[in-house]
Structure formats: structure tokens, C-alpha cells
Design a protein around this ligand. Sequence first.
Ligand code: MIG
Length: 799
Amino acid sequence: MITNTELEYKGNLYPNKIVDFRQDTDKLYFTTENGVILQITVMRNSTIRFRYATGHTFEPDFSYAVSENASRGYNRLEVTETDSEYYIETTRVKILVDKASLRTQISDLEGNILNEDEIGFHWEENYQYGGNTVKMSKITQTGESFYGMGDKATHLNLKGKRVNNWVMDQYAYGKDQEPLYKAIPFYIGLNKNRAYGIFFDNSFRSYFDFAHERRNATSFWADGGEMNYYFFYGPEMSKVVRLYTDLTGTPELPPLWALGYHQSKWSYFPESRVKEIAKQFRDLRIPCDAIYLDIDYMDGFRCFTWDKNHFPEPKRMMKELKEDGFKTVVMIDPGIKIDKDYWVYREAMEKGYFCRRGDGPYMHGKVWPGECNFPDFTNPEVREWWAELYKEFMAEMGVDAVWNDMNEPAVMEVPGKTAPLDTRHNFDGHPCTHRKAHNIYGMQMVRATYEGVKKYVYPKRPFVITRAAFSGTQRYASTWTGDNVATWEHLWIANVQMQRMCMSGYSFVGSDIGGFAEQPNGELFARWIQLGVFHPFCRVHSSGDHGDQEPWSFGDEVTDIVRKFIELRYQLLPYLYTMFYKYVNDGIPMLQSLVHFDQEDNQTHFRTDEFIFGDHILVCPVQEPNAQGRRMYIPRGKWYNFWTEEVVDGGLEKWVPAELDEIPLFIKEGAIIPKYPVQQYVGEVELEELVLDLYYKEGVELSSVYEDSQEGFDYTQGKYSLRKFKLIGKPKQLIVQQYKDGAFTTPYESFRFNLHGLPFKIVEIEIDNEKVALKDLKLNGDNSLTVSKNFTELHITGK
Ligand code: MIG
């Protein structure tokens, strides 16, 4: 028997033939006979937006992901028409729209196909919730590879995988587990040395299939909303990443201390324990800039309160920590304890700021404080209120920074471990249920936190950390990869996740070094620290029930190794800060996977372990126990082994020794690496010189150093110092040119050049056309010389 319901179900629906075309400046509208409208917007020469409506109507155009500061503008937009197709051309791409099917095909101007609809846009009506399941399928090219997608704990190259985006608290997740804490629906395709990117700006649960279900098709779809995606063209992968990052934004520069080493635990309390940890760092001379207070500092897990027994005088405690060079970072969760005597709860109730269920009652759920209500951070008024809650903490008590946890939101003991799907949200004036708001809920929470922290730590810079994130969250906060495990496999996962996040526009990221759940042995902890000091955010954090996880918890040998690597990080701070500056200003990822570094070399397409820290340092973690080294791929070019100074020719796999106190580390030839002295915390030591480790190369190489006052906002008024160095190496001569920009005066007067790999003996030195007698030079031993920081051209001649 055929029932009515079965008759109504229409299955997949497809656009049919185009009956109308209209252009409105940069927007082109193609309407089909059956009421589908394709809107193509030329955002930039290489950034094109595709948006599809069914039933002749678009939703209001609104996005949490796209940055207000995204660049716009193009140099050419031409539309032509044949009997069967429309063609749209910019200076970089050509888009074909098929009149009979609405399918599109994008090629470069030489006609090489970059990306092509297979079935293209199609949809299914959603009878339960209304709206559509919106779908897109593209042809997968033979040899095509896929990258990106945020925090997926799987092979860097996504070909053959299916993933989905629904931010989730995933305690002790495993390799390939899906979904995790972040939703970043952005991928990069690479085929025949041409890279493009697709960002599906849809906050509903979304799915991506990279030639998994069908070998020749890549598809993506979402449970609701619109088919709304941006296409970016390279051909360089680095350009695709920059275009995506420009669209979704970058953060401001953090205070430099945020790039130091941070120590956390669930939880350090009472005050005496916090002090004891801090003292150990100083006694053992292990640099550390921040100490974290997890949920137990609160009074009964009530946000914005203190447990008076464990922390009787938080203001004094934080002041004393500060005097000793420690910043205090405290946790704030979204769940507000239902307690009529608790002011935050009362205020939110009075103002109607808590989320409600479909039929009206408040949404409640159990978290650490017991039964809680949850503020609707998608309401701008709620965000303003939340920001103000930080006033006392930051401005009066002296809290330095905040981490937001559990903001997926994570809810205990309920199916789905989050808010029920009928929970209602304001969505900045576009009311909806949790189905649409879930993936951006944590982002809006941390956005409000960022606004509050920024306002009340002023004139200092805000530093905020979030666990949940959607595309664009990088504008507000740094992030960590959640509750990982102290296993070797998780060391592999951490390495892949950091690279993937960096490729997905989100560079300020780190893992819980050593693992959150369970306990590492000394060897695993040492190997993880060696990797973690090369991650943009560097913090040890672990759960309370699995033993101690401080640098000194694993015996003297490991303590020394940990100190050595944390010291190296502090020496590299100017290099790391320059990486951050480039990320903020140009969208350049702080870590580059090898495929991002050299996409022309097919050998890089399936590599996961090796990566480039910034643009000149090659790192490859040791990821198994009892290793005395490992095989790794050295990318093309010449590289100096950091430990031995031996020069190797890349483009090959190589065994690299690395006992427990070393990690395979290489410096690209020609690099000039700036270094600060070891300090116990940022700002401890007055800088007397800037060390520049120069690695000779025959040929030309560019390096730069960005500096400013490390805190505050002077840098936005031109008070920064950007030095660009051009190294020109010849068989018997080395030339270094310096171009300086910005009005910041660095505290030191001179550079100390350490010249590595110089193939000649120095006989003459000229600075800005003046010969310097060798006897007048401050030569600090072999090939190390001190030069005024103001030079513009240095000639070192040899024989
Ligand atoms: O349900 O605050 O990922 O870093 O230590 C666990 C306690 C809640 C999860 C976070 C973790 C944090 C822990 N939190």
C-alpha cells in the first residue's frame, strides 16, 4: 500500500534549466525554471562565492565566520554567453555555468579545470524540521589530494576519508574519531600542482566525503541552511590558505608572554600548592610565564567566584605571582549554576538571558556545578553582559587571562552530550534552534569573553583560550585540542592536528603536552615537550587523577631535557613572534606541512610527520619509544642539521639520529634566525643584543624580525620594528642587507652575528662602505661578530 507520506517524499531534488540571468554589480543571479537561484559573487579575483536558494528565496545573508575586515575588490568581471553556457571571467579564473543543469566548472585562464560539479547542487526537503538538507558534489580528479578541516585526528591527506563537523566534548578521543571539538568546514584540493580551496559557510552539522563513498566524487552537505560556499584559487596552496584566512580573519598580536611556556593542571589548589609549583620553576631554573587555575578555584563551580578556603586572597596571590613573573589564567565555563543566591544566575534570570527550549521552558543540563542554565551567547545583548562580568576579575583582582572550556556546550548525562536540538537561540536576530547554533555557540561565548577581557586588561593585550571553535574563532582566541591521552599515538595526533589547524586558518593552537588523560612516562613526556615547544601555544596540562605532570615529575634526566627545550623556545621567541606577526598580517600559517611548503614535490603529498616551523626551521618529532633517531623526509633544498651543523641535500629520505635529548631539527640554508637570551619569563632580562644565527648559503635568502614592546597597543600606532634581511652568499663573500621599518626603538644597540657554515676565512669586513679593521671588530671567537643594529649593508669577504 502506498501511503500519503511515501507519496510526498521526493528524494533528491535537482535544479533544471536556467530561465533568467541578472547581474547586480559583483553579483550574478541565475534562476532555473524550478525556482533555484544560483548567486555568484565575485569577491576578489581569486575568491568567488556560490550561494543557492530553492523556492526562489534566499535566507537573510548572515555569517559568524566571515570577518568584517575581509578584503573585497577585483580587477575584471566579464560575463559572456553561448547557446548552452554562461562564462564569467576574472583576472584569475573562469567559471562556466551550464544552462541546462546549473552545474558549474571552474578553470584557470589557460583552461585547466580546477574544480567541477559532478551532480552539483541538489537538495532534499526536510520534513521534520523544515528547510532542506543541502548537498553539493564535485568531480574528484585522479591524483587529487585533500587537506584542511581543522582538528581532525586523521591522516593529513584526507583523500578517501569522510568527516563531519559537530563540535563535541570527546574525552580521550582516538585516532580517526569523529567529530571533535572544532568545526572548520574548509578544505584544500591539490591536483597537478594547482591548489584551490572550498569553505562551506554553513553552521549546521556538515559532512565532507573526499572520494570515500565514490572514488570519483567529493561531496559536502549539511542538515539545514543554505548551500553557501567560497571558492579560492591558488595555484599555490599557501595562497589558498591566505585567502581563506583573509576571509575569516586573524587575531591581534598576543602579549609576548602568551608565547612562553605555560603550566596547567586540573587542578592546582589551594594557594600554597600554586605557590609551590611556581617556586619549583624558579628554583629549578625552568622558564615559565603562566600558571593555570582549573574549575576548582571557584566556589562550588560558580563562574566569577572564588573558593574562599583554598584562595582566601586571590588578589594578593596573583600580585605575588606577578612579582615573580607568573601570569594567572583562570577557567570560565558556560554553565551557570541554578542557585537563586548566586548573583550571576539571578541577573541572567531577571534579564531573560538563558536559552529556552522549543516550547518555552529554560534549557537546563548538568555540568560541574550541578543543574545549570546556559546563557544564549548568540544574543548580542547577552554577550555584552557576559563581557562585563569580567570587570572585577581582570580590572580589580588582577587575573591576566581566561580559558573557556566546555563551550560546545558539553552537558553531562544527556543523549548527544550537548544542548537538546530544540533549544532556541537568538543568532544575532535570526532566531533558530540549536541545530543551527550548536557549532557557533562556543565561538560566541569566547567572543564575548574576548571583548570583556580586552576591555578590562587594557592597556594590556587580551589573551583568551577556547576549546570549541568554528571558522573565524581565531579572531578572538587561541585554542587547544581538548582531552587527549598520554600515548605515543596521541603524540602523532597532536602533530597532525597542529599542522591541520594551521592550514585551516587557525594557527594559535597547542595540545595538552604529555597528554590529558592517563600518565606519560618520562620518555613520552620528553618527546612531547620536544614537539610542543614548536607549537604556537605551548602548555602542559593534565587531569588530576593521573599523577603529577610537571617538568620535574620524571626524574633528573627528563627534567634537564625539558629545561633544554623550554630554553630553546625562549631563545626562539623573536623568531616565533615574527611568525605570529606574519600570521596576523598576511594570514601565513605558523606551521607549514611539507605539502604547503613545497607542493611541486609529490613526495610531500602524503607526509604527516615533518613540518616547517615558520619558514626556516624543519622539525620532525620522534614518535615511538626506544628510538635513537628516525627516518624522515628532508624537503628539497639544503639544510643544516641544527645539532651537528652538517649540511644535507634535501629531496630524499634520511635516517637522522636523535637520542632522547634531541629532536631532528634542521635550519634552511640562508636563514637568519633571531634569538633572545634565555629568560625565566618574558621581560625578566634586559636585552643587550640580538643574536642573529646566520646559516651561509650560496645564493639569496630573505629573513625578517618583528619586534615591539611585547605588550600594549603602541604597535598599532607605528611603534614596531620590522627588520628585513637579505642574505647574498657568494663563494668568497657574504653580503647582508638590512631594511628597517617602524618607529619602535629596540632596547639593544647591536647584533651578534653567529656565522654558520661560512666556506671561507674572513679577511675583510665592510660596514656601510667603510672598511673595518679586523682588529677593531668585536670578534667573539670563531665566526661570531658584533655589529651595530643600524647597519644597512654588511660585506664579509674571505679567501
Ligand atoms: O569535564 O575543567 O578539556 O582541560 O581540565 C572536564 C576540567 C572539564 C575539560 C577540559 C580540561 C579541563 C577539564 N574540563
